[in-house]
Design a protein around this ligand. Structure first.
Ligand SMILES: [Zn+2]
Length: 388
């Protein structure tokens, strides 16, 4: 449908299905993300885009929408050449039904069918909003160790260094320490850099250690890197990302979500086996966790990219404690109480670093450059093929 100059009204997410070949089955593909829908509406020349929120389609409540969007939003200035929407926003189900004068349930049912086509709404809306812009500066921090013969090609290790700053209105010191999210990942990044620098025989490709900013503002630091890479994206072998690694001991499994969709997968499986870990699938593929950390900014520009994290299969005497701490973390997530504790057990975090180092060395020495598996519904093909 030609939406040039029009207001696109849509639901977020995608038709529910168990069929792997239909929008990735249970997993949320990038097509279902609100961010992708805004981008696509802009690419199609729409003037504005409104998402009608329902709890089942979004997978979360209106509260989450309000908390995420009812405040200052961090963005990188758009390139003049990229299309942009004049307005993008969310409507409650009630407001959406009122605006359209239609019943939402039947609309949603129609949209869930194969062959559904957008329909004209024959309505006009007037939207006005006051926006205040504030310029904020922050830095990505990069260090590198040159490779031997493939110096112009790079393996990237990344972890975000930012968190949520301070909130003086809160009781206590109001500091968002971000001990788990993401001092753990940053600690791994620093140790990897130290270990790589100490390798007596350097791998063939260059290693880039990248501490990115503004992850919590919507992966902005890594997005900026994707637009201004230090190595050509087509010569970037891989991004290995580390984000919020639970320091509660060593479970039996790792989660390396997304790696199975790249040609690095056999190598990943081999290394994971060597370290006596099992691989667990993403526990909540329907929540689209893959799109919520910095590796995704690399995937968006075509670089094979994934995070390495611990699973939750804790065994033995410390299992109960690890499970309790994991459970408790849901209360500390994105709160000032995400604070360092000296009774944490670092064995699992250390293993993540070792696996990351081995993967990185193998990737740096691998004869071929890795790619995304072609024709995968998980990522739009044009994103996966951008750089290569
Ligand atoms: Zn994080």
């Amino acid at each position: 449908m030609d939406v040039k100059g029009k207001v696109v009204v849509l639901f977020t997410n995608e038709p529910p299905s168990q069929d792997e070949k239909f929008f990735g089955g249970r997993a949320l593909t990038y097509y279902g993300r609100w961010a992708y829908k805004f981008q696509e509406a802009a690419r199609q020349g729409a003037l504005a885009c409104l998402i009608i929120h329902t709890d089942p389609t979004a997978g979360y409540s209106w509260e989450v929408v309000r908390n995420s969007w009812g405040k200052e939003d961090t963005q990188i200035p758009a390139e003049p050449s990229t299309p942009a929407l004049a307005f993008a926003g969310w409507l409650t189900a009630e407001a959406g039904a009122r605006l359209l004068g239609l019943e939402l349930a039947s609309l949603l049912e129609a949209a869930d069918q194969r062959g559904f086509r957008a329909r004209p709404l024959e309505k006009a809306v007037r939207i006005s909003a006051q926006a205040t812009l504030r310029e904020v500066r922050s830095e990505n921090v990069a260090a590198m160790v040159e490779g031997t013969d493939l110096k112009q090609e790079a393996v990237v290790f990344s972890a975000h260094w930012d968190h949520l700053g301070m909130n003086p209105k809160l009781s206590g010191d109001g500091i968002y320490n971000g001990a788990v999210d993401n001092a753990t990942g940053l600690g791994v990044l620093l140790e990897l850099a130290r270990a790589w620098a100490a390798l007596p025989q350097k791998p063939r490709r260059t290693a880039l250690f990248l501490a990115v900013t503004a992850e919590e503002g919507g992966l902005r630091g890594s997005e900026y890197y994707g637009r201004h890479p230090l190595f050509p994206l087509g010569k970037t072998q891989l991004d290995l990302n580390f984000d919020a690694i639970p320091p509660y001991g060593r479970p039996r499994d790792l989660v390396i979500n997304g790696a199975e969709r790249t040609t690095a997968w056999p190598m990943v499986q081999e290394v994971v086996r060597r370290y006596n870990f099992a691989l667990s699938p993403d526990p909540h593929p329907e929540q689209g966790t893959y799109y919520r950390s910095d590796h995704f900014s690399f995937a968006r520009v075509g670089v094979p990219a994934f995070s390495i994290n611990l699973g939750a299969d804790y065994q033995g005497v410390n299992a109960a404690r690890a499970n309790t701490l994991r459970q408790e973390y849901t209360k500390h997530y994105h709160q000032p109480s995400d604070e360092f504790r000296d009774d944490w057990d670092w064995t699992g975090v250390e293993e993540v670093a070792r696996v990351g180092l081995t993967l990185g060395i193998n990737a740096a020495n691998n004869p071929a450059l890795f790619t995304w598996r072609p024709n995968d519904e998980f990522l739009p093909a044009r994103l996966a093929s951008l750089a290569r």
